[in-house]
Design a binder for this molecule. Structure first.
Ligand code: NDP
Length: 293
């Protein structure tokens, strides 16, 4: 193995300490930051994610509430419930765990969240701010990747970044953050012709597909920085990423493992966004995300 391992767990632990210190400062000023997580239905994977998010909040000294609603909750009732959370001053962050069961319309549900409490950064208002490059709540996974790169001293300005995946929660916001930071960005997806020819041009390769080990060593330029967002469960129950880690680590200069890479960063950034929401509500100077130069 030649690549330096980017230890997402360790970087996330540093951010968690920062979150806890900021939460303590808020508590001293009379505000306990609070995250309300809404889960509809009983998807087992979603339940695990929700539990981990609540646990991370508690560890940092935040309040967290998990509201579990039945799968057949009517859309109007869900939206009315979100409006009650919007109006609750003890709630600084609201997150609706996706995917939502049918026939709920996820877009309409997200738009019902107050953008000032939309700690996932999915509301149109926050998406628009990201497009423009203004401070806002940014989606936690790609924002976590940016923080990771910053922490590692990887200056993305001038790099050719190739992202595989164009989802609204990972690929597209990742592309915007990298473009805002001065990278030249190519976004690939299932219709991309000759994917390996494109990925081989990447100085920075971000895989966000959801296909176990699909990025092989032959798809990576020697010395590239490789970020693996994918989380896939193998038949033996183990987790693996979208990148063939063992093979690619021989070619790349830096690589994130799965687990222990991007995953912990996502949760750390969610807590950071909630703390920031509370700082804004309390009128304390909040370190807002800005362009990473
Ligand atoms: P989506 O399924 O929403 O998007 C997958 C993307 O991959 C799509 O844009 C799709 O293209 C593209 N794709 C699929 N097959 C290919 C292919 N053969 N070649 C090129 N592109 C392809 O997934 P998400 O973005 O939600 O998640 C991606 C992965 O990241 C998953 O494994 C997920 O579990 C993980 N994840 C991890 C998080 C973390 O905290 N670490 C957080 C969120 C997600 P098209 O648009 O054309 O269909």
């Amino acid at each position: 193995m030649n690549a330096r391992i980017i230890d997402g767990k360790a970087i996330a632990a540093d951010i968690a300490i920062e979150n806890a210190l900021r939460a303590a400062r808020l508590r001293d000023a009379g505000t306990v930051p609070g995250l309300a997580v809404v889960i509809v239905g009983d998807d087992p994977a979603s339940k695990v994610y929700v539990r981990n998010k609540a646990l991370a909040c508690e560890k940092a000294g935040l309040n967290s509430w998990v509201h579990a609603l039945p799968a057949n909750t009517p859309q109007e009732r869900l939206i009315a419930f979100l409006r009650s959370l919007n109006a609750d001053p003890t709630v600084h962050g609201i997150l609706v765990q996706l995917p939502l069961p049918r026939p709920l319309d996820a877009r309409a549900v997200i738009e019902a969240i107050d953008p000032a409490k939309d700690v996932d950064g999915f509301h149109y208002q926050n998406v628009g701010a990201l497009v423009v490059g203004d401070p806002a709540f940014y989606p936690c996974t790609p924002w976590g990747v940016m923080k990771m790169l910053e922490h590692e001293g990887v200056g993305v300005e001038g790099m050719h970044a190739v992202i595989v995946g164009r989802s609204t929660i990972v690929g597209k916001p990742m592309a915007l953050m990298l473009v805002n930071a001065g990278a030249t960005v190519t976004v690939c997806h299932s219709k991309t012709r000759d994917l390996p020819a494109v990925t081989r041009q990447a100085d920075l390769l971000v895989a966000a597909v959801g296909k176990a080990r699909m990025i092989g060593a032959d798809m990576v330029k020697p010395g590239a920085v490789v970020i693996d967002v994918g989380i896939n469960r193998l038949p033996d129950g183990k987790l693996c990423g979208d990148v063939d880690y063992e093979a690619v680590a021989k070619v790349a200069s830096r690589i994130t493992p799965v687990p222990g890479g991007v995953g912990p960063m996502t949760i750390a950034m969610l807590v950071a966004n909630t703390v920031r929401g509370a700082e804004k509500a309390a009128g304390l100077a909040a370190p807002m995300p800005t362009r990473i130069a």
